[in-house]
Design a protein around this ligand. Structure first.
Ligand code: ADP
Ligand code: MG
Length: 239
């Protein structure tokens, strides 16, 4: 397999990132109820290293698309392949393995109120059995990347919305997943904070991560000029 040289990941290491698709939908249909199709026979490719926006009206299926990628929902028909794994066939350990390849960012941050910024960012690593030393090695560069080094010991309610979203991004990326999914990450933010979030995602993309961001902010989409996946009439159109 051919590779491209990526000079840095978020921890200043050199990596060889294989070229190819990281997400593939093959004739995917998703019906939550009979005869009502959120997706109908939709096919799509996302290449490793791409930054793509997913747009479409409310209720069109943007969140469903992301849920299919991290195995929260299974396709009614068709196949979802992520990082060469067929999501539908994954159970238990192998589903956990897939989820460790994916960092997820939500519109409403989902931070634990009684835990500090650092604790919110690192608890997943602790649960995954990383050593204290390894967690420590990753924490400061990650905090720095999202501009929160000076707020490591604060609690979520002592932060602005933009800062809370940056904590949730730090939590999503501290394990350096190759794929980052963000579901309306700027939905609750003003334009300045939205732009900061996009810039952080752009930086991660420059380190080699594939980024998939749902949004209905047309202004943001136009400003960035990245490929766009439009969810419309139960299909996915990439342009
Ligand atoms: P979007 O994120 O674009 O707003 P969603 O993916 O959340 O859209 O929803 C797409 C469609 O699927 C909507 O019609 C929604 O009502 C339906 N839907 C989503 N989740 C469920 C569910 N758990 N059960 C039944 N219908 C659902
Ligand atoms: Mg949604």
């Amino acid at each position: 397999m051919s590779t491209v040289k990526i000079t840095k990941d978020s921890h200043n290491q050199t990596e060889n990132i294989p070229v190819g698709s990281i997400v593939e939908l093959r004739a995917v249909t998703k019906a939550y109820t009979q005869n009502s199709y959120t997706l109908l026979n939709a096919s799509l490719n996302i290449q490793k290293g791409e930054f793509v926006f997913v747009t479409g009206p409310s209720g069109s299926g943007k969140s469903t698309f992301l849920k299919l990628l991290y195995g929260q929902e299974l396709p009614t028909q068709g196949e979802v392949i992520v990082n060469n794994l067929n999501v539908e066939k994954l159970r238990g350990d192998r589903l956990s393995f897939l989820r460790r390849q994916i960092g997820i960012v939500f519109q409403d941050y989902k931070l634990i109120p009684q835990r500090t910024v650092s604790e919110n960012i690192t608890f997943v690593l602790q649960a995954q059995g990383y050593t204290r030393k390894e967690i420590q090695r990753r924490l400061d560069p990650t905090l720095k990347l999202v501009g929160l080094l000076s707020k490591a010991d604060r609690f979520p309610d002592q932060l602005s919305g933009g800062e809370q979203q940056r904590v949730s991004i730090a939590r999503a990326i501290i394990a350096t997943p190759p794929l980052i999914l963000a579901d309306e990450p700027t939905g609750n933010l003003d334009p300045d904070n939205s732009w900061q979030v996009i810039q952080i995602l752009q930086k991660l993309n420059s380190f080699g991560a594939t980024i998939v961001v749902t949004t209905h902010d047309e202004h943001l989409v136009r400003k960035c000029n990245y490929p766009v996946i439009q969810v419309k009439n139960s299909k996915l159109y990439k342009r």
